[in-house]
Structures are given as C-alpha cells and as structure tokens.
Design a protein around this ligand. Structure first.
Ligand SMILES: [Zn+2]
Length: 298
C-alpha cells in the first residue's frame, strides 16, 4: 500500500546525529584518537573537545573543518585540548569566513588568547599577510562559561554543568578552585537531547545533564573487572573517570535511551567483551561501545 500523503501535522525533523571523532585518551593510540565528539544538526556542526587528531578524523568522516564555528571544551586536560590551535587555525585555512566561538570552563579564554596572541601569533600574521588569498584572519572569540545555558537559539540549546574529575585527589585548595570541568547537554526545539559527559565520575552534575537524554556519550575508562585487584585503576574509578558500573548506573537511573561509552583505555578483545557484559548487567536499553568514527543517528 502507498504511504499516506503527509498531512499538515507531520513535521519533518532536522537531521540530528552524533559522531565520536576520538574515543581514546591521553595515551597515543593509532586506533583511538583524543576525545572529540561532533554533533550534526542539519547544516550546523557543534564540536565538543579538540583531542589529538580531530582534524584528520573530521576529514575522514567527510566533514569540512572550514564549516566549524562553534566549539565546546569540557576541561583543560591535554587530551581534550591538544588540537585546539589546529581547530582554530585549520578551520580558517579550510574556508572559515566567520568568527569562531569557543566555550569552555573558566580559563578557556586565557588559553585561547595565549595560543592566538603568543604561540601562533607569527603563523597567523604570516598567513594573513603572506597569503592574502586566504582572505585574512577570521577571529576566534572565547567565552568562559559556568553552569546553566551556554547558547540558545530558536533551533537548539546547549547547557552545561560542573562534573567531578579528580577534585578529591589531594591537590592544594587553590588548584581545586581553578579546576573546573564541564559536561554539556544539547537539546533541539523538539526535545531531542544529546549529552556529552566530558571526564567525570558518577556525580550530581552528570546526573542532572543526563536525565531522560536520548543519547549519553559517557566516559568509561576501565571495566570493574580491571579495577578489582588493581589499586591504580581502582583509584581512577573512585576519583577520576567512571568505570563500567558507574557509566551503566548513570544511564540506567537517568532514564537514558542510548548509552555510548567512550574514553576507553586500551583493552584486549576479552576485556572489550567484559566491558559490554558488565554494562549490560545494569543498563538494559540501547548500548554502543564507542570507537573512533562511530555514528549515532537520532
Ligand atoms: Zn580529563
């Protein structure tokens, strides 16, 4: 039978997807690049973190770095910002003809300013003056943000909250005061929600963000089975990065529809199978064990 003709009540939803550009961490791994996640909403591209190799993965995914103008940074660990300058400058060299805005926790503006006005000041001036066909430098604006709405327009909203990532590891007070880590929630006008956890253990911030999300991109460093009998990994799971049990519990108790785990430490094939098993013991809805380039459509 023919499909019924669309009625005026039918609404065509804007294409929405999320892609893991990098699913690893600070270690150097040819298969898992540094953390970066790309949300596609129609023609718009929103990039979350700028880990090692993000530009290469974008091109491999058929995405154009020149289309980027909105970037969100979760925190200032090397693996999340190592290619920040690459994103700012390469987007320009690949055709960005408008201002780029980079949102991140307090201190982001200082990092961006140092990269542009100090580290790469000569590169930018050299290309602007020496290669005028690029059309001159296109500015980058950095905004330090705090929990709440970060950007809102008539199509989507991105909000953020603080998450807990190593805050109780015994650092001096002044350091902890300045160690701000964010998770983000993207939500379109129709209520479809994608959450990017950043680096976190199970905490109030990630639970507030993840509530009823369609997709939760959740860091999940070690299996519970890897932590048992390994004091180092057990300490990481307690203070720094969610393990399988925490990732699954957050997703289950926050009523997440689809859990995508990422930031996965190198593991054997057996450990990868164990990861899936451990998550499945707690979380019963859709699960994707992340790898670079994994694409989830909403
Ligand atoms: Zn981190």
């Amino acid at each position: 039978m023919d499909k019924p003709a669309p009625t005026t009540e039918d609404q065509v939803e804007t294409e929405l997807s999320v892609r893991l550009l990098g699913s690893g961490g600070p270690w150097v791994d040819a298969h898992r690049f540094g953390p970066s996640t790309l949300i596609r909403f129609g023609d718009e591209r929103l990039l979350f973190d700028t880990g090692r190799g993000v530009g290469i993965r974008m091109v491999q995914a058929g995405e154009e770095p020149g289309d980027l103008d909105t970037v969100f940074i979760t925190h200032h660990h090397l693996d999340h910002i190592s290619d920040l300058a690459d994103v700012m400058i390469t987007s320009w060299l690949r055709g960005r003809r408008r201002e780029m805005t980079i949102y991140g926790p307090p201190g982001t503006k200082a990092i961006v300013d140092a990269l542009l006005n100090l580290v790469y000041a000569k590169d930018i001036e050299w290309r602007s003056v020496g290669e005028p066909t690029w059309g001159g430098w296109q500015p980058v604006r950095a905004v330090d943000v705090e929990p709440g709405v970060v950007v809102a327009n008539d199509r989507w909203t991105v909000s953020c909250d603080y998450v807990v990532h190593g805050h109780k590891l015994g650092f001096r007070k002044e350091f902890v005061k300045n160690w701000k880590c964010l998770g983000y929630r993207f939500e379109d006008a129709g209520g479809r929600a994608i959450v990017v956890s950043g680096d976190t253990i199970d905490c109030g911030g990630i639970r507030r963000l993840a509530k009823d999300a369609d997709v939760l991109v959740q860091c999940c460093f070690a299996n519970r089975g890897e932590c048992e009998g390994n004091p180092h990994l057990d300490r990481v799971a307690e203070f720094t990065l969610a393990d399988t049990r925490q990732a699954a519990t957050i997703a289950q108790e926050c009523n997440v529809r689809h859990l995508v785990v990422t930031h996965i430490r190198p593991k054997s094939r057996e450990r990868m199978a164990e990861m899936r098993r451990e998550i499945r013991q707690v979380f019963r809805r859709k699960l994707t064990v992340g790898r670079d380039m994994a694409l989830v459509r909403l």
